[in-house]
Design a protein around this ligand. Structure first.
Ligand SMILES: [Zn+2]
Length: 309
């Protein structure tokens, strides 16, 4: 969403698709030409290390992008492929890079929803799940994988997607944060793929870590990641307050809440905003603050369980 003015977003990212850029020593990035309201200028693929390298988030099925990534490492050996989560703009390209290089694919696990599917669930609003994705090696939280001149630690960060994993490079004080934290926009948290409870816990988790420099799956790097995350936490709490404020005026459905709390939203993002509100409402229902009839759903009506304290 791009309606927020309480988070210091940075949409200055002039890197053109297919151009290889070394951002800091040992970290190169290259953008896929798949721009959209959800992917900003496109998916960012990272090359980690020199000589024996890892590739993070190979991107969607896109032959021009795969060719550009492979060309960037033509004199090197790709030993590892890491995938932050199984959305179609991040993971499907892994099979293409593996076929060309023989590298092993590492991720938290295959695609799955954050909670059991309800009868009222519609399909996810983002690029969609890559249900064919299954990593060669499943990583646990905190597990470290060592390569040529680098070592990456898996950090489970569910919320945007159930299998979302960030990859920290502790010695270098930097982290590849996928779609969990992005400098250009808030992340989509859309049930049943996403979960607001998990997302908030995963934001809090990063504020307790030492890495400062964040490399997201879309858009520019974030110089002070934990500080930016504290803005995101505050933003979500303000969003929750605005939903409760609207419900304080009486029972409402999700389109009504979106109109009341997303002023001036890009019309292409209204559906996504609705799912984001649903994510908040699921959380509020679970906490007993809001009630609805049956399971929380995109078509449900919501009211306060009692007076706000
Ligand atoms: Zn995603």
């Amino acid at each position: 969403m791009s309606t927020e003015d309480d988070v210091p977003f940075n949409r200055n990212f002039p890197l053109a698709p297919g151009v290889v850029q070394e951002v800091v020593p040992g970290v190169r990035r290259i953008i896929c030409n798949n721009p959209s309201p959800f992917t900003f200028s496109g998916t960012v693929t990272y090359i980690v290390g020199t000589g024996k390298v890892a590739i993070i988030d190979p991107g969607p099925i896109n032959e021009a992008h795969a060719a550009a990534v492979l060309d960037a490492v033509r004199d090197e050996t790709v030993t590892h492929i890491f995938v932050t989560h199984s959305h179609r703009d991040h993971s499907p390209g892994a099979a293409r890079i593996k076929a060309a290089t023989g590298a092993v694919i590492y991720a938290e696990g295959p695609h799955r929803a954050s909670r059991p599917i309800h009868a009222g669930d519609a399909r996810s609003t983002e690029a969609g799940g890559d249900r064919d994705f299954n990593p060669d090696v499943k990583l646990k939280d905190g597990e470290v994988v060592t390569g040529g001149d680098w070592a990456l630690q898996g950090v489970t960060t569910p919320g945007h997607a159930a299998n979302h994993m960030a990859f920290a490079w502790p010695q270098r004080q930097l982290m590849f944060v996928g779609d969990h934290v992005m400098g250009w926009s808030t992340s989509i948290v859309s049930p049943p793929d996403g979960s607001m409870v998990d997302y908030m816990a995963s934001l809090d988790k990063l504020t307790h870590r030492d890495e400062r420099l964040y490399f997201p799956g879309h858009g520019p790097e974030i110089a002070d990641g934990p500080r930016f995350v504290s803005f995101l936490i505050r933003h979500r709490k303000a969003r929750e307050a605005s939903i409760l404020h609207r419900l304080g005026k009486g029972e409402a459905d999700i389109p009504t809440i979106v109109r009341a709390s997303y002023i001036g939203i890009d019309p292409r993002l209204t559906t996504a905003a609705g799912y984001s509100v649903l994510a908040h409402l699921e959380d509020l229902v679970a906490r007993g603050i809001v009630v609805t009839d049956g399971d929380p759903s995109i078509t449900g009506r919501y009211r306060l369980a009692g007076p706000l304290t």
